[in-house]
Design a protein around this ligand. Structure first.
Ligand code: CA
Length: 443
C-alpha cells in the first residue's frame, strides 16, 4: 500500500500542468461530442468475441485506471510523461489536437538537420557508399558511424514506449500523432483508438547492399510496432505517410530513398491482436505480421484478426504473414488509377490466412492474380471475395496464373476462426468501411 501511494505522489508531482487528471477536466466529453465522436470512449474495452484480442482474458487496456492516471496531453512532453517510460500502471491517455514527436523538451520542432551530428550528410553518405566504388559490403566507417549517431538522436525523440494496461485515444475527430513510432514492446493489454498516426519519417535511412539482390534503403520506424506484445486492440486509427509520400523521395543507388517502414508491424511472438475499423493509406509496406522465416519463436503466435479496415493506396503487405493464424474479413482495398501496386495478401512461411468477404477496387492494369503473392506459403483460405464488384475465387485464380516459381496454394489453412463478431457480406462491409473506418469516425 505504501508503495502505491508513493508512486502516485511522484507521478502527480512530475506530471505538472500539462497532463490534467480527468476529474479536473470535465470539458472532455462535451468537446468530443462537438467534434463528432459522440461519447467518452476512453474506458471502452474490446467487446467479447471481437477477434483474437478477445481470447481468454480479453483486452481492457487502461480502463481500470484511477483518476490520477487519466491524462489529457497536447504535446510530446505531456505524452512522454503520461506513458511513464512504458510502465504497466493502468493509464488512459487522451491526445488533444496535434502532437509532434519531433520536438525538443520545450516543444520546438526538430528537423533532420537538428539531429544530424558528427559530420553526417546525405551527400557524403552517398559518396562514401556508392556501390560503384564501395562495392557490396555493408557500410562502415566515418559516415555510417555518423549516420548511426544521428539516427540515435532522432530515435530518442520519436520512439515512444507503450506499456501494459494502457489505453491511448484521440479526443474528438482532430487528434493527430505525427512522426512517432509507438512501440508496444513486451507489453500486454493495450488499446489504441481514434487516432491519426502520420508520417513516421526516418531522417537517416541506411543502405543495405545485399537486400533483394539490388540493395535497398532500410528505414527504422513503423507508426505502430507490436513486438512481443499480447492482447492489443487497434481500432479506428488512420495510419499513413501523410505529408511525406515516399514516391516523392529521390532515387539513390537506383532505389527509392524510402523514409517509412511499416504502418503497423506485428512481430517477435506478438499474439492476440485485433485491428478493426482502421485506415491504412498512402504507403508502401503497410502491415508485416512475422518478420523472418527463421523466427520460429513465432510458431503458435501472431494470431491476429483484421476486420472492417480500409487499405487505400498501399503498395504491398496488407498484410504479409508468416506463421500466424490471421483472420482477414470484411476489409476494403482500394488501388487508385496510376498508383504503384504490388499485391495485397502476402502468404509466407507457415502462415494461415483465413480471408472472408473482402472487397477490392482496382484500376484496369491490376488483375485478380495480382492480389495474392506467396513466398514459401502453402495455403490460403478465401471465400466471398469481391473484385470490382464481381465475385472471384482468389485461390483458383492464383493457382491458375501462378508462374511456377511458387507451388500452388491449398485451401486448408488448418484452422477455422471462432472469435469474431458479425461477419458482413463483402458488399455491405465495403459500404460500411468506406463510411466508418478511420480516426474521427467512431459512431
Ligand atoms: Ca517494421
Amino acid at each position: 500500500m505504501s508503495i502505491r501511494i508513493r508512486h502516485l505522489a511522484i507521478s502527480g508531482a512530475l506530471l505538472g500542468v500539462l497532463c490534467v487528471p480527468a476529474h479536473a477536466d470535465s470539458g472532455d466529453t462535451d468537446r468530443s461530442t462537438d467534434r463528432g465522436t459522440g461519447r467518452d470512449i476512453s474506458r471502452d474495452v474490446l467487446a467479447a468475441e471481437d477477434g483474437w484480442a478477445a481470447y481468454g482474458t480479453g483486452t481492457t487496456g487502461g480502463s481500470s485506471a484511477d483518476d490520477a492516471h487519466v491524462f489529457t496531453v497536447t504535446d510530446r512532453a505531456g505524452l512522454v510523461r503520461a506513458l511513464d517510460g512504458g510502465s504497466d500502471t493502468p493509464k488512459i491517455i487522451k491526445i488533444a489536437g496535434t502532437v509532434d514527436a519531433n520536438t525538443d523538451d520545450d516543444g520546438h520542432h526538430l528537423d533532420c538537420a537538428d539531429y544530424a551530428t558528427d559530420g553526417y550528410s546525405v551527400k557524403k553518405y552517398l559518396a562514401a557508399y556508392d556501390p560503384r566504388t564501395w562495392g557490396s559490403a555493408k557500410p562502415s566507417g566515418e559516415q555510417e558511424d555518423a549516420r548511426q549517431a544521428s539516427a540515435a538522436k532522432q530515435a530518442e525523440r520519436v520512439t515512444l514506449p507503450v506499456g501494459s494496461n494502457t489505453t491511448i485515444v484521440g479526443l474528438g475527430s482532430s487528434a493527430v500523432l505525427k512522426g512517432a513510432n509507438l512501440q508496444v514492446k513486451n507489453a500486454n493489454n493495450v488499446i489504441i483508438r481514434n487516432l491519426d498516426l502520420r508520417d513516421a519519417y526516418d531522417c537517416f535511412p541506411v543502405w543495405q547492399p545485399n537486400t533483394g539482390g539490388l540493395g535497398d534503403w532500410k528505414t527504422s520506424y513503423d507508426n505502430i510496432w507490436l513486438t512481443g506484445a499480447t492482447h492489443v486492440w487497434v481500432d479506428h486509427v488512420t495510419a499513413s505517410d501523410k505529408g511525406h509520400p515516399d514516391d516523392a523521395e529521390p532515387t539513390y543507388f537506383a532505389r527509392n530513398y524510402l523514409r517509412h517502414d511499416g504502418l503497423l508491424d506485428i512481430t517477435n511472438a506478438s499474439d492476440l491482436v485485433t485491428v478493426s475499423w482502421s485506415r491504412f493509406q498512402d504507403h508502401d509496406k503497410a502491415m508485416l505480421i512475422g518478420s523472418s522465416d527463421s523466427a520460429t519463436g513465432d510458431r503458435g503466435k501472431l494470431r491476429v484478426t483484421l476486420h472492417h479496415n480500409q487499405f487505400d493506396s498501399v503498395v504491398q503487405r496488407a498484410p504479409r504473414v508468416r506463421f500466424g493464424q490471421v483472420h482477414v474479413y470484411d476489409n476494403r482495398y482500394v488501388v487508385p488509377e496510376g498508383a504503384e501496386y504490388r499485391y495485397s495478401l502476402g502468404v509466407s512461411t507457415e502462415s494461415g490466412v483465413y480471408a472472408e468477404n473482402n472487397a477490392f477496387h482496382t484500376p484496369g492494369h491490376v488483375e485478380v492474380a495480382d492480389l495474392v503473392k506467396s513466398w514459401n506459403g502453402t495455403a490460403l483460405h478465401q471465400t466471398g471475395t469481391l473484385f470490382n464488384g464481381r465475385p472471384v475465387d482468389l485461390l483458383a485464380i492464383y493457382n491458375a496464373y501462378n508462374s511456377g516459381s511458387e507451388r500452388d496454394l491449398t485451401a486448408d489453412v488448418g484452422w477455422t476462426p471462432t472469435l469474431h463478431t458479425k461477419i458482413d457480406s463483402a458488399e455491405v462491409a465495403d459500404r460500411e468501411v468506406a463510411r466508418g473506418a478511420g480516426a474521427g469516425r467512431i459512431p
